[in-house]
Design a protein around this ligand. Structure first.
Ligand SMILES: CC(C)(COP(=O)(O)OP(=O)(O)OC[C@H]1O[C@@H](n2cnc3c(N)ncnc32)[C@H](O)[C@@H]1OP(=O)(O)O)[C@@H](O)C(=O)NCCC(=O)NCCS
Length: 180
């Protein structure tokens, strides 16, 4: 099924993705205080409301600043948000890149949700900003995350691995990284 696209919404066969809003605070906090959801990236863990507010405001500000960002993800026809997936503009080895992010409530894991969301996000990101390569930074033990990056069309780029906030990050890049 061809993804549907509007300025502020993406849709796949099963999922609806929209810009984050203030009322997503509960979902941000719930997911980021769930130990399994941050086990590979403990620096992303959030304990309390203030931390979640700060993070959510940062995500909303990123959209205003860059016209791209993270999407709140739910099932089509059910507005309950169970995860977030999107891109953040950052620098990798002194090159501007779009860093792919995905984090979902464990209650939906193992059903292809992350792969479906990440695929439409990568497609949208490359169409929206063709000059900005999409990358994923994956912790070495995070097999599911590496698989999601690959299924979203990214390839392993061993020479680009970097040290992140939680240790070594394995880098995956979108097609044409060298040419962009
Ligand atoms: C990584 C994450 C997004 C995967 O979400 P998901 O919806 O379960 O992923 P999918 O169902 O699309 O599965 C993707 C692939 O990973 C595989 N996979 C899922 N969980 C796995 C696990 N624990 N171990 C090994 N492979 C796993 C699936 O089998 C699938 O591969 P396949 O299609 O070849 O069978 C989810 O586990 C998560 O939110 N983790 C915490 C946040 C995180 O680590 N984000 C990435 C770094 S910021």
């Amino acid at each position: 099924m061809k993804p549907e696209r509007a300025n502020d919404e993406l849709r796949t066969a099963r999922l609806a993705l929209r810009h984050p809003v203030a009322s997503d605070l509960e979902a941000v906090l719930r997911i980021h205080r769930t130990p399994e959801a941050v086990s590979h990236n403990p620096s992303d863990a959030i304990e309390g409301q203030a931390g979640a507010e700060l993070l959510l405001q940062r995500w909303i500000d990123h959209w205003h600043r860059h016209a791209v960002g993270y999407w709140a993800v739910s099932w089509r026809g059910d507005p309950s948000v169970f995860g977030f997936c999107g891109i953040k503009v950052m620098s990798l080895h002194d090159r501007p890149v779009a860093n792919l992010f995905y984090r979902f409530d464990p209650c939906v894991w193992g059903r292809g949700v992350a792969s479906e969301a990440a695929s439409v996000v990568v497609e949208w990101a490359l169409a929206r900003s063709p000059a900005l390569p999409v990358i994923a930074r994956v912790r070495p033990d995070n097999v599911a995350s590496a698989r999601v990056a690959t299924k979203a069309g990214l390839s392993r780029a061993e020479g680009l691995d970097t040290l992140g906030e939680d240790g070594l990050d394995r880098i995956f890049v979108s097609p044409g990284w060298q040419q962009i």
